[in-house]
Every structure is written in C-alpha cells, then in structure tokens.
Design a protein around this ligand. Structure first.
Ligand code: HEM
Length: 454
C-alpha cells in the first residue's frame, strides 16, 4: 500500500536564521520530525516564545476550557485586515461574541437542508466542468476544486452561480489578492520586535479594495431587496435579517461586507484544498474509490437532503482526508498571563501554536498515523482520537462556523464526481504538500479521469 504524500522534515538542529528561511518557503517542511511525537515544543527566539501544543489536555484548555484567555493575536490580523476589516475571523472578546450570535443561526442544521439544492446545483456544474477539463488528458484538479467551492459559496450565500458577472469578478480578484499577500501570514508566526514596522504592498491594498468594492455592491443590493421584501431566502438574507438575541441589533451593510469577505475566503480555499486532496487519495486507493462510487448510486434518486445519511463511506473518506491534509495546518493564539504549559511556564504574550497537521499524525496517539484508512473511524483508537486529537475545524466556541456546511459539501461533491468519473494518479507527478494559505500541493494535484460507463 502506498503511503499518502508527506513533506520531508528538516534536520534536527538549525540556526534561527536558517529556520526562518525554511519557514518562509514552507511551514510544514521547516519543522523537525520530533514534532510528530512530542507533547509540546518550546521555541525561544530573541523576540518571543512560542509553544506548540500537541498534548490533548493543552489543546482542550486553549480551545474549549479557557478560550477567552487565549485570544487570537493582533499580528495574525495585521496581514488580513485590509481585506477582512473587522470580520469574525479576526475579532476577539465582546465584538466577536456578538458577531457569532448573529452568524451562527444561519449555519444550524435546519438551514443546511435549505442550502442543499444550491450545493447540489454547484456539484452538477462541477461534474460537467470536470468532464470537459479531464477529457483531454492529465489535468491539475486544484483550480477545478477552487472553482467548485467558490461556486458553492456564491450559490448558497447570494443565490448566484460563479458564472454571474460579479461572482466571477470577486473570484478573480481574490486570486490576484492571494498572489500579492499569502493569507497565512507568516509574520504572525515569526514575529519581530514590536517596533518593527509592518508594510502592506501597495498592490495588496489595491486588490483588497477591489474585492471589497464588489462585495459592497452585492451586499448593498441585497439590503435593498430585503427592505423591498424581494430577497431570496439564502444565507446572506438569513444573516442580514437575524437580530442579536441580546441587543436586538443587526449587521449593517458595512459590517456585513467584512463577514462576506471571510465567508468567501474561509469557505472556499479550505473546501477546495480538502476536495482536491480527497480526489487525489481516491486516485491513489482505487479500492476505496470503487466503494465510494458504489455508494454514490444513492444520488441517482435526485436532489434530496436525506441522501446525505446514505453517503457514509464518502463521509469517512472525506474525514480521513481532513486528517491527513488539514486545510488549516496551524492556528495561533496568545497568552494573556503567565501559563503553566506542562513543565514550562509560558510568559504573558507568548504564542501558543495548535497544529492540526502534527496532532493528526501524532505517533503516540494514532494507529497507523501516516496511512490512509477511512475504516479507522469505527475503531476504538479512531473514536478516541476523533474526540481528543482531531481538530480540522478547530474546536470549542471558536470552532469553524462552516464545519457542518463543509461536512455536507465535501462528501456530496466527492460522491457526485466519483459517481461519474474514475480517477487515476499521473505517473511521476505525486503531489508534495506545502502550506500556503491552506495545505496545497507544490506543483498542483494531477489526475486523469475516465467516464464511468453505467
Ligand atoms: C473543509 C472546509 C473547512 C475547514 C477545514 C475549515 C477550517 C477552519 C478552522 C480550522 C477555523 C479556525 C481558525 C482559527 O481559529 O484560527 C475556521 C474558522 C472559520 N471558518 Fe472554516 N473551514 C472550512 C470551511 C468553512 C466554510 C464552508 C465556511 C463558511 C461558509 C467557513 C467559515 C469560517 C469562519 C467564519 C471562521 C471564523 C470563526 C471564528 O473565528 O469565530 N469555513 N475554519
């Protein structure tokens, strides 16, 4: 059985300078192999201390037990603020809590049923597009899954497909923006002294402005439709008409623009990365691909939310792909006071890094940590680890708002695609995982496809 691609680790001892250079190139291969078996690692630099926490008890404390004592640092926000403003992804404290009170109801279970037809339509469009792209030989699937995930977001949020003039412009503007400013802001992990100035490239600001202008138009139009009583019943309408149960106030257009920017960003890059890796794993493990294809016959009954309860293998496969290739590989928090971290005391202002990437492959927690085994979720070890060592969507009150949404979208699109096509890897083009904004492949994820006859 082949092992799914894993990036090389760096040598055990390197200078800080070398580490920073490696880090800039790729966060994953810049780390030593021992992080896959350590419970905690302390990094001391001249400017700050950083603690990577793999101990499930520490992860629980930071995310679930005392999240208010481990806020997101302003530095993470620094690179993102021109684009995201005061979005829920960046805020802390009372502002963040209020935003979640308004946003969360839009993503509750019942609403997922309502957005299902829009997801289904995006899935059908993706099946058609992939047939065209894959018809003429090997192709890189990453741009295709990006396209599909962006389509899902526009259809569910604003009831428009990606072909819509404005949707297409936003999608393209985001791509241009990412070229100027990698969103996983490296400066946030490797920070310098506080006095170090922080520059945004002029182009970063200008692409952020373009995106925000487009989103502002969509949001203002929607506000007008809500006022006129003609708004479609989608996620944007739901969020913009939900009142904060504590204060009764709603998002105004400007606040909504910040939230739409993060829904688009957090919701499409991540899902695109997850789906691309899942499709690659399907190509690598044909026996699992056939099981997913067989199960996917349930889709032949047409668009009905109930079908999701039948796509169990697809869900386990997608979950396993999120374990091996968590789209958000690391998250950073800051200590508000001195904290006992196992046998060390982290001073106030230290960084705490939670690493789904390492936790999900931890050799002292998981059976067969680097192997692909979707059947693991039914085993004792799989169940324990799912509870204690599996955080692709983070956990606790700050858990991804779109987690339930993504767990419908991923297995659904996977099943729809595998129902129609047989995927194969391309000889000599095994992908190498690297962390950009999300976990991507260094040179694309190459596949071939062939239509299934039946
Ligand atoms: C496979 C797909 C996805 C993965 C793996 C994922 C993962 C994550 C993770 C790990 C976080 C926490 C980041 C941190 O605390 O630093 C997060 C936050 C967030 N995600 Fe997702 N996400 C996915 C899809 C989505 C979708 C589809 C949406 C919306 C439509 C979404 C919206 C958000 C938002 C708004 C936050 C910020 C929550 C907060 O800070 O309170 N995500 N996501």
């Amino acid at each position: 059985m082949p092992i799914p691609p894993k990036p090389p680790s760096r040598p055990e001892r390197v200078s800080l300078w070398r580490y920073m250079r490696l880090f800039r190139a790729d966060i994953l291969s810049a780390q030593p192999a021992k992080l896959y078996r350590a419970w905690m690692a302390e990094f001391r630099t001249p400017f700050f201390r950083s603690y990577l926490a793999n101990d499930p008890a520490l992860v629980r404390r930071v995310l679930k037990e005392r999240p208010d004592d481990f806020p997101k640092s302003d530095r993470i926000g620094a690179g993102l603020r021109p684009l995201l403003g005061e979005s829920v992804f960046l805020t802390n404290g009372a502002t963040w809590k209020r935003q979640r009170r308004i946003i969360d109801p839009a993503f509750e279970g019942g609403r997922l049923r309502d957005t299902f037809p829009a997801m289904w339509a995006a899935g059908e469009a993706a099946v058609a597009r992939l047939g065209e792209v894959g018809g003429s030989g090997p192709f890189d699937v990453e741009p295709e899954t990006s396209h599909a995930a962006a389509d899902v977001i526009f259809r569910t949020l604003f009831s428009i497909p990606i072909e819509h003039e404005t949707a297409r412009q936003v999608f393209e503007a985001f791509r241009a923006h990412q070229r100027t400013q990698p969103i996983l802001n490296l400066a946030a992990f490797l920070r310098g002294p506080r006095w170090m100035p922080r520059f945004f490239r002029r182009q970063t600001k200008s692409t952020a402005r373009d995106i925000r202008a487009l989103i502002t138009r969509l949001t203002a139009d929607r506000m007008a439709q809500i006022t006129a009583g003609t708004a479609p019943d989608d996620l944007a309408t739901k969020i913009m008409t939900t009142a904060d149960p504590q204060t009764g106030d709603r998002f105004d257009t400007a606040e909504m623009v910040d939230q739409v920017a993060i829904f688009f960003l957090a919701g499409h890059e991540t899902s695109a990365s997850a789906l691309a890796w899942t499709l690659y794993l399907m190509a690598l493990y044909p026996e699992w691909q056939e099981k997913v294809a067989e199960e996917a016959r349930a889709l032949d009954g047409g668009c009905d939310f109930k079908v999701m309860s039948q796509l169990k293998i697809s869900r386990d496969v997608f979950r396993e792909a999120l374990r091996l290739y968590p789209p958000v590989p690391m998250m950073v928090r800051e200590t508000c006071q001195a904290e006992q971290m196992r046998d060390r005391v982290a001073p106030k202002g230290s960084q705490v890094v939670l690493s789904p990437w390492h936790l999900h492959r931890h050799t002292r927690l998981w059976d067969n940590p680097d192997g692909f085994d979707p059947a693991r979720w039914a085993t004792e070890n799989g169940k324990t680890c799912q509870r204690d060592a599996y955080i692709p969507f983070s956990a606790g009150p700050r858990v991804c708002t779109g987690a339930g949404f993504a767990m419908v979208e991923g297995p659904l699109l996977l099943s729809m695609l595998v129902r129609r096509y047989r995927l194969r890897p391309v000889e000599g083009r095994a992908p190498v995982p690297v962390a950009h904004l999300t976990v991507r492949s260094r040179d694309g994820i190459w596949l071939t496809l062939e239509a299934r006859d039946d």
